[in-house]
Design a protein. Structure first.
Length: 451
């Protein structure tokens, strides 16, 4: 079994670079002024008439009244439960940010909270297992009675349908054995020592925009995984910050069976969906059959919803506190400026990954394309993304607080000299060792998107 923590990033934005406000949305008033040779436009805001600076390659928006900050608002969650959960997350985020910002050192969630999450998840998995077990036992006991066998089979399949699914294998991962990469091993080891944790044994690169730490359950071998688009868009010191953040996860004691808890959450969500009136009738019939008493369904749903809410509330507060703590450690190890730089880059996740894919599809180096795409993002677009991150808040199943909150928190930490430095000559040696893995993942990405 592998447990892992992942560095999911920035609230999702649709891929591509939205070209401006909604169609037919003319600001009115004076025509836009276009300076010769530049991309900057100055035009009045259609809502508050203040002059806004815009760039034709990016979204036009108004910093004063926040017109068009979110040109493609996400549709509200379909189910009542998800809507309430989103609202609860939106309320909880700023409260937790205010709380941790005042703490000189972020307090970690107490052990009982983590243990409670684990037991809540275990209870869910046990119910699923009991359903499958009861189904099989019933079918065996009733054999060869047709009805008993049929009911047993239905029960067992319901359990299987609602239970955790095996994780799909990850395509496109290139591994670097740290025994064969001395510069990278030295850097990762130094960061781990500064964080106060054991050095990982493997370093992997994949095509995602994120970073991740996983541990095998038996040998406790740890692997750091870095998404290539993220790695190439960070400067060397920001890479130190990202490494420190990822390595700081186990330090907090939350070697958290994240996968264990996440799969319980997934199961419960499927329970709630299959029991809800809002799910398509086809799906409900698939699992439960038409004849089942509606009152029993409503009762079961209420139990599943309550359990899901309990699991999420306990898990979210505990993990988010620990994420702030990991950021605090990263700021100490790599320097506050490097951490804020890395967090700012997380805001550009969608721009970066879609540029990499486009580059790969066009037969170019996807990582060079990703770097180019974020190199010339103007300040007003970065500010829009910060506000978007704050506005969209965060999904309950994402372990990270909104990036805008993490940035605000990072600024409350002391700005001390970095404990681990990555000067240019060191950065060059590390880059040379990571390069073959980046090239492998680039080739796989090109093959996947059909270059
Ligand atoms: Zn994290
Ligand atoms: Zn305005």
């Amino acid at each position: 079994m592998t447990v892992s923590r992942s560095e999911g990033d920035s609230p999702g934005e649709p891929p591509g670079d939205p070209p401006g406000g909604p169609p037919g949305d003319s600001p009115g008033g004076e025509p836009p002024v276009r300076p010769a040779g530049g991309h900057t436009l100055r035009e009045p805001c259609p809502r508050c008439s203040r002059v806004i600076e815009a760039d034709e390659r990016f979204v036009r928006w108004c910093p004063a009244c926040e017109w068009n900050v979110d040109p493609r608002p996400q549709p509200p969650p379909a189910s009542r439960f998800e809507r309430r959960a989103a609202q609860a997350a939106a309320d909880e985020g700023p409260r937790l940010l205010a709380e941790v910002s005042l703490e000189p050192e972020v307090r970690l969630p107490r052990d009982p909270a983590r243990l409670r999450v684990w037991f809540l998840a275990l209870a869910v998995h046990l119910v699923t297992a009991a359903l499958v077990g009861a189904g099989v036992a019933l079918a065996v006991a009733a054999w060869p009675g047709v009805i008993g066998v049929a009911v047993g089979v239905v029960l067992a399949f319901a359990g299987l349908a609602l239970g955790p699914r095996p994780r799909r294998g990850d395509p496109g991962v290139a591994a670097i054995d740290l025994c064969d990469a001395s510069a990278l091993a030295a850097l990762v080891g130094e960061v781990a020592a500064a964080v106060g944790t054991a050095a990982p044994e493997r370093f992997e690169v994949d095509a995602s925009f994120g970073s991740d730490l996983s541990t095998t359950a038996i040998r406790r071998r740890t692997t750091v995984r870095m998404g290539a688009p993220l790695w190439v868009c960070l400067d060397p010191q920001q890479r130190v910050a990202m490494l420190a953040h990822v390595l700081a996860h186990p330090v907090r004691g939350d070697s958290a069976n994240r996968r264990f808890v996440a799969s319980a959450d997934e199961s419960l969500r499927r329970w709630v969906d299959s029991l809800t009136d809002e799910a398509p009738a086809r799906e409900r019939r698939g699992v439960w059959g038409d004849g089942l008493n509606r009152a029993a369904i409503a009762g079961a749903r209420r139990i599943a919803v309550a359990q899901l809410r309990r699991l999420r509330t306990t898990a979210t507060t505990a993990t988010q506190r620990a994420e702030y703590r990991a950021d605090e450690i990263a700021a100490r190890v790599a320097g506050r400026e490097a951490l804020t730089g890395a967090l700012e880059t997380l805001l550009l996740a969608d721009r970066c990954t879609s540029a990499a894919r486009r580059g790969a599809a066009g037969g170019q180096d996807p990582w060079a394309a990703a770097r180019r795409a974020i190199a010339d993002v103007p300040g007003h677009e970065r500010e829009r993304l910060r506000r978007l991150s704050r506005r969209r808040g965060q999904a309950w199943d994402d372990p990270h607080p909104p990036t805008a909150h993490r940035l605000a928190f990072a600024r409350t930490r002391a700005d001390l000299p970095a404990q681990v430095a990555c000067p240019p000559e060191r950065a060059v040696a590390v880059a040379a060792e990571v390069h073959p893995a980046l090239a492998t993942v680039a080739g796989e990405l090109q093959a996947r998107v059909g270059a």
